[in-house]
Design a binder for this molecule. Structure first.
Ligand SMILES: [Mn+2]
Length: 292
């Protein structure tokens, strides 16, 4: 491992080991959970998602595409500091900045970790828009008196002058809805979600964009291992259809999957997370080659 990565700790990694300097996609775990308000365990997300590897084909039948056609490097995990969100974010920003210096064109994919970790890639790569698939608005100013909480992450990102759009949302409080209306933040609930509406929302967003997938956007019947499950969520097909539109329509400069808190290998949530990760990596490659 390159010594410039000050804060990388090697845990299990996916068997994708293309040399970093020429890799197209880099996978980085951020196994941090300290502000999770209900069911802890997102720190196990990166290893649980990687643990699903033996069960999922690298060939994606839907796309007639083998993931091995993408030059991928899994560099391990950020050495996080539990109980210290700001230090963890700082280390993650520094790691991502170093990564970008080594390989300017690389597409970073982060595995959380609680949702707060999405702040780091936004800070490091400065997208113009943040597109999030999430059950929760995450637009509170503070949660339990804490500004740096996973329940405030979309608010903190919006305060960086980044446009925000949210799909799959079905939980929030009035303060968040008022903030969204006042600031022109579009959110679409699963009940009201159509792909036409998603497309229309995307048309209004500035590029490049960063895409964050909170696993709780999915219905808890298919993704139960997450910190704050919420009924009435999206299906796997909904999620992949939304991602297909986003990657086709927009320049995506980073992606993450957060809030996976599986505690057993091969559980349904980690399997869905890994399959979704494969879709996102493939969709980015299609965009580069422009053959969708
Ligand atoms: Mn959420």
């Amino acid at each position: 491992m390159n010594n410039e990565f000050l804060f990388i700790t090697k845990t299990t990694s996916l068997p994708f080991d293309y040399p970093l300097e020429n890799a197209e996609t880099v996978i980085l775990g951020v196994p941090f959970d300290s502000t999770t308000s209900y069911k802890p365990g997102a720190r196990f997300g990166p290893s649980a998602i990687r643990g699903a590897y033996p069960g999922i084909e690298e060939y994606l039948l839907d796309y007639d595409f083998n993931l091995r056609k993408v030059k991928i490097k899994d560099i391990g995990d950020v050495e996080v500091v539990h109980g210290n969100a700001l230090e963890t974010l700082k280390r993650t920003v520094q790691t991502l900045t170093t990564l970008r210096k080594i390989n300017k064109r690389v597409f970073p994919v982060l595995l959380g970790g609680e949702h707060l970790i999405s702040y780091a890639p936004v800070k490091a790569f400065k997208p113009k828009s943040f597109i999030v698939l999430d059950a929760h608005l995450d637009l509170r100013d503070t949660f339990l008196g804490e500004k740096w909480s996973h329940a405030c992450v979309s608010r903190r990102i919006h305060e960086l002058n980044v446009e925000v759009a949210e799909f799959g949302v079905r939980s929030g409080v009035k303060e968040e809805v008022d903030y969204a209306r006042r600031e022109g933040i579009t959110y679409i609930t699963p009940k009201n979600l159509t792909l036409e509406k998603v497309k229309k929302t995307l048309d209004e967003l500035r590029e490049p964009v960063y895409v964050s997938l909170d696993i709780d956007c999915l219905d808890p019947s298919i993704a139960p291992a997450t910190g704050t499950p919420e009924p009435g969520g999206l299906s796997f097909q909904d999620v992949t259809s939304i991602l297909e539109i986003i990657f086709r329509e927009k320049e995506v400069i980073g992606f993450d999957i957060v809030e996976v808190s599986s505690q057993t290998i091969g559980d349904i949530t980690s399997v869905i997370a890994l399959k979704t990760l494969y879709h996102a990596i493939a969709l980015k490659k299609f965009k580069e080659k422009s053959f969708t």
